[in-house]
Design a protein around this ligand. Structure first.
Ligand SMILES: Cc1cc2nc3c(=O)[nH]c(=O)nc-3n(C[C@H](O)[C@H](O)[C@H](O)COP(=O)(O)O)c2cc1C
Length: 217
């Protein structure tokens, strides 16, 4: 396909879906944002490989700077792997994580820039900035990988599952246990499953109003 044709196709796709849909409806806004809660207890209901793939196949479309996509995911499901995760967890996160059907370990790849030519062919030379400065690469990978973590939470909700994100774990230990031989670092964990209301201990906590934290200048 010529570059001209590819551009025309890309624009036609945007026009086509914009004609079909302009706004999410109130139910979807509730599912994704307004009524969605962080879950802390889990029903005995499995999460399938297909569901995990469906989650990934949504989150991967979330934008990242220069399309770098530094997030890496390990879905921890087997009892054996869960037992390895257990000592990494902060005490309040142990029981619920052992009960969760799946726990995603969200990591970021410090060598994400090696795929620059594939992921951002318009400016492959940008990889050099990261190749030459590990600190810049790490900051960037953490920032963009965290953004993908937010997409992960939203994708979990979008497929009708519940998410239980957790920063409370020993990332150094998790790196040793799960990321040996990889140049990745742990970011946060996210339990995935069908939330059990037992884990909801109160009403929605305070959220800032627009006037408190936003300015239009
Ligand atoms: C990245 C991230 C890390 C979190 N870490 C933990 C955690 O380690 N343990 C925990 O019980 N909750 C954790 N939470 C849950 C938050 O405390 C919870 O989302 C927040 O209090 C708001 O509650 P809500 O999402 O139900 O409205 C985390 C949430 C996020 C997004």
């Amino acid at each position: 396909m010529s570059e001209e044709q590819a551009l025309a196709d890309a624009r036609a796709r945007i026009t086509e879906y914009r004609d079909r849909i302009q706004h999410i409806d109130a139910n979807h806004a509730d599912l994704l944002f307004r009524e969605a809660r962080n879950h802390n207890w889990w029903q005995e209901k499995d999460v399938t490989d297909d569901q995990l793939r469906e989650i990934y196949d949504l989150l991967k479309y979330g934008s990242t700077s220069s399309n770098t996509q530094p997030a890496r995911l390990i879905f921890i499901r087997s009892q054996e792997a869960k037992e390895k995760l257990k000592p990494c967890l902060a005490p309040p996160n142990v029981e619920k994580t052992m009960l969760a059907p799946v726990t995603a370990l969200l990591a970021y790849d410090l060598e994400f820039h090696e795929d620059f030519a594939q992921n951002y062919p318009v400016r492959p030379e940008m990889a050099e900035r990261f190749r030459n400065d590990a600190a810049v690469a790490e900051k960037f990978a953490f920032q963009q990988g965290t953004l993908q973590g937010a997409y992960l939470i939203m994708a979990i909700r979008a497929v009708g599952l519940d998410a239980g994100a957790m920063g409370g774990f020993n990332t150094v230990m998790a790196d040793e246990v799960f990321l040996q031989g990889k140049n990745w670092k742990s970011n946060f964990l996210c339990n995935i499953g069908y939330g059990d209301l037992e884990g909801i201990k109160g009403s929605r906590l305070y959220r800032y109003d627009f006037e408190e934290v936003c300015q239009i200048i």
